[in-house]
Design a binder for this molecule. Structure first.
Ligand SMILES: *Cc1c(COP(=O)(O)O)cnc(C)c1O
Length: 424
């Protein structure tokens, strides 16, 4: 099946007379005929459901669809993108370990790594994504367990150099984890470019309708844990909390990573999405391919309009031929990148605030990447505690406006922006 078809068909195949839509199994618990039957589940000897904090059928249908879309072997849903990135890293790195990460990351992820996970004893080295191969290789330590990056960074819109990062990760015998939120599996499949594990905030384009917060982790099944036995003891040595099971032996490289994340992290930390939320997410994914086409085509037209407007100081969109990432984006994302644009208006902070106040269709929101066009001026909202100098250092200038182009008629979006620009 092609991506467009998988969005609709993958993950759930109803049998004769069963519901066409995925059933919403809104149940915390599952009934068994004998204690022995249930015991097999607890020992991970049989697959099945016993408690929704660990697994639920509705969630698993959606995980299977996303696994098919990414071209992986196993996947799990989480209650948010934050939970997905935390689990994805913590499943491999614990106290005393080290992670190499691109510095072009979503602010929430950067904070998770740099503050909260540091408190847990995990060390991080952040590298600028355009660093040389030598600089990248120099960031690795003996205790490095993985490399982390974003396909298209939020909000700086830097396009990840998959081949440079995957080459370095594999040369140091560790996997590459990529947050593919902004591109979605419709526009980019990181596994085709060397990534080993993919995460998503499904809150963005996958849901697509401002309706549900969620996340997921997908494993490519390509990383051979047993070949690097000493580096990943959590996967290659007995888990005493599960009767001495060795995940990589029992579930192979296709299933070990996700089984461990479910059996240990979901069990102990419990960040499972509700089945109802996964049902709604699945509805969003059904139209994902169609929506991404419209996001990309609308954003391209809006970016071209902004570039020509005399009130606009600069425009950052990887689809513009003059953009630093134009060629790389064309290579990894030939059908387009995403609907998010960053731009600056002449006149800095004051002009940006004035412009924002005039918009009628584009809503002011801290959200991005869904059907509704929305805008954010970080300097006066999410980053308002920073001085202009600190903003520059963070790569978020005082004039920066993040515009997430929706799927409305593009002429309405452009007219709205044009009218608002007139007041500057
Ligand atoms: C929003 C976002 C997250 C966090 O996801 P939540 O669902 O808000 O927890 C992680 N990574 C990226 C790239 C995001 O845009």
């Amino acid at each position: 099946m092609r991506q467009e078809t998988k969005c609709i068909q993958a993950g759930y195949e109803p049998k004769n007379g069963e519901s066409r839509m995925i059933p919403i199994v809104q149940s915390t618990t599952f009934k068994y005929d004998s204690s022995a039957d249930m015991g097999k589940l607890f020992d991970l000897e049989a697959s099945g459901y016993f408690y929704t904090r660990l697994q639920n059928p509705t969630n698993d249908y959606v995980a299977a669809k996303l696994t098919a879309l990414e071209g992986g072997t196993a996947g799990m849903m989480t209650s948010s993108g934050q939970a997905a990135n935390f689990f994805a890293v913590f499943n491999l790195a614990t106290a005393g370990d080290h992670v190499v990460a691109s510095s072009a990351l979503y602010g929430g992820t950067f904070n998770l790594f740099n503050v909260t996970m540091r408190k847990m004893g995990i060390d991080f080295t952040f590298v600028t994504p355009e660093c040389s191969e030598e600089e990248l290789n120099a960031a690795f330590k003996d205790n490095t367990k993985l490399v982390f990056g974003e396909t298209i960074s939020n909000p700086s819109l830097e396009v990840f150099d998959f081949e440079k990062f995957s080459k370095a990760a594999h040369a140091h015998e560790v996997p590459l984890i990529v947050d593919n939120t902004f591109a979605t599996p419709v526009n980019c499949r990181p596994f085709e470019w060397g990534a080993d594990i993919v995460t998503h905030s499904t809150t963005k384009y996958l849901d697509g309708h401002d309706a549900t917060v969620g996340g997921c982790i997908i494993d490519s099944g390509k990383f051979d844990w047993m070949a690097h036995q000493d580096k990943f003891p959590g996967l290659t040595t007995p888990d005493e909390s599960y009767h001495g099971i060795v995940y990589a032996e029992r579930f192979g490289k296709e299933g070990a990573y996700i089984t461990k994340a479910t059996a240990q992290l979901m069990r102990d930390l419990g960040s499972i999405p509700s089945p109802m939320n996964c049902y709604m997410l699945n509805l969003g994914i059904e139209s994902l391919a169609l929506r991404m086409k419209q996001h990309v085509s609308n954003a391209q037209k809006v970016a071209e309009f902004l570039e020509k407007n005399e009130k606009v100081a600069w425009v950052n969109y990887p689809g513009l031929p003059g953009n630093k990432y134009y060629d790389r984006a064309k290579k990894y994302m030939p059908n387009g990148t995403c609907g998010v644009i960053a731009f600056g208006v002449k006149g800095g902070r004051a002009a940006a605030e004035k412009f924002m106040g005039e918009l009628k269709i584009a809503m002011i929101a801290t959200h991005v990447a869904d059907a509704h066009t929305c805008v954010l001026h970080p300097a006066s909202s999410t980053h308002r505690q920073l001085t202009d100098e600190e903003l520059e250092a963070a790569g978020v200038g005082a004039d920066l406006i993040r515009l997430s182009v929706g799927i409305e008629d593009v002429n309405d979006i452009i007219e709205d922006i044009e009218n608002a620009l007139k007041v500057i």
